[in-house]
Write a protein that binds this ligand. Structure first.
Ligand code: NAD
Length: 308
């Protein structure tokens, strides 16, 4: 089996995409730690171990090995405990799926600082904490696979700056981890999924979209695409591939996964430059004249000012 004698931690593994990944890794032979305190969609309340235990029971019923850490990735010490639990229970820490996530959308002028902190803590600081602790083992054993869940939101989003910024951080964190850990046989990649879960397509989201369709704010085509979005089953093959031996040389990349499509994002790069001989300081007049013609060709403002 692909992951025989491998041990994996899946954060947020009690529900949605994380649960599907945990089940798949276990089906392919890995011992799995499901790290999940069973939070509400916004992270404000937690059910405790029950959802993670249900996921672990399902894995065991299918013949796999799973244990539960009903802990939060926002707690740095809890991340250390979970990594230690994986090592004690399964003998190693080979695969880390940083998948835990919550949403607290608001426009920036209405966003309370607590919503910023909770979202950034869960998605970005949580991934740092898990990697920080897991990397000790992965470096030592000179083998590891880290998959960080990103989102299309990293490219720019409206009404979720906390989430988009955290996922942008995930993108950069992954690229840094690839460079720091690669030489030890550890890879780190980002996966930006689209899948129907309670996060993306619960009843309130469906209702909101139906109202927007009726108000003419979204097209029927867009509405149908959202309502018929595929499930987490479309995400797990890419994650399994990235955790496999076959992907030993795939490192620091960001992938998109959705129903019927797997893509890869461009590496960010400087696409055009103005260069001053002798490294002289540009004048404001020079930049006003040259930036539009030399750097901004083909550029479209994503949100031009509306006239009153
Ligand atoms: N579903 C999508 O289309 C989609 C799109 C883009 C990105 N993502 C990302 O994929 C990941 C999984 O999302 P999902 O749609 O499966 O969501 P989900 O709500 O179905 O599952 C998220 C899980 O994370 C757990 N969790 C929340 N806070 C946690 C914490 N502090 N510590 C540990 N676990 C915690 C929750 O209890 C829950 O079980 C998230 O990182 C999300 O941002 C999902």
């Amino acid at each position: 089996m692909l992951f025989e004698n491998r041990a994996a931690i899946v954060t947020g593994g009690a529900r949605g995409i994380g649960r599907a990944i945990a089940e798949e890794l276990a089906r392919l032979g890995a011992g799995v730690v499901i790290m999940d305190p069973g939070t509400s969609k916004d992270g404000a309340t937690a059910e405790g171990a029950t959802p993670a235990e249900e996921a672990a029971e399902a894995i065991k019923a299918a013949g796999g090995a799973a244990i539960v850490a009903a802990e939060s990735v926002s707690d740095h010490d809890a991340c250390a405990r979970t990594v230690a639990l994986c090592k004690e229970s399964f003998g190693s820490v080979d695969i880390l799926i940083n998948n835990a996530g919550v949403l607290r959308p608001k426009m920036i002028w209405n966003m309370p600082v607590e919503s910023w902190d909770v979202v950034v803590d869960t998605h970005l600081r949580g991934q740092y904490s898990m990697i920080h602790h897991a990397a000790q083992h992965m470096r030592q054993q000179r083998w590891g696979r880290i998959v960080n869940m990103g989102s299309e939101a990293w490219r720019g989003t409206v009404g979720g700056a906390n989430y988009g910024a955290a996922k942008g951080g995930v993108f950069s964190l992954t690229r840094a981890m690839a460079r720091e850990l690669g030489k030890y046989g550890v890879t780190a990649n980002t996966v930006c999924p689209a899948a129907a879960t309670r996060l993306t397509l619960d009843e309130s989201v469906k209702e909101g979209f139906r109202k927007r369709l009726e108000a003419g704010l979204v097209t029927q085509e867009r509405y149908d695409a959202v309502i018929n979005m595929g499930g987490p089953e479309h995400i797990i093959p890419l994650v399994s591939y990235l955790c496999s031996e076959a992907a030993a040389n795939v490192n620091g990349q960001a992938f998109r996964a959705e129903a019927g499509r797997v893509g890869i994002y461009n590496d960010p790069e400087i696409k055009a430059s103005l260069v001053k001989a002798g490294k002289e300081v540009f004048t404001l007049d020079e930049l006003s004249a040259l930036v539009p013609s030399a750097l901004l060709q083909g550029y479209v403002n994503p949100a031009p000012a509306e006239s009153e």
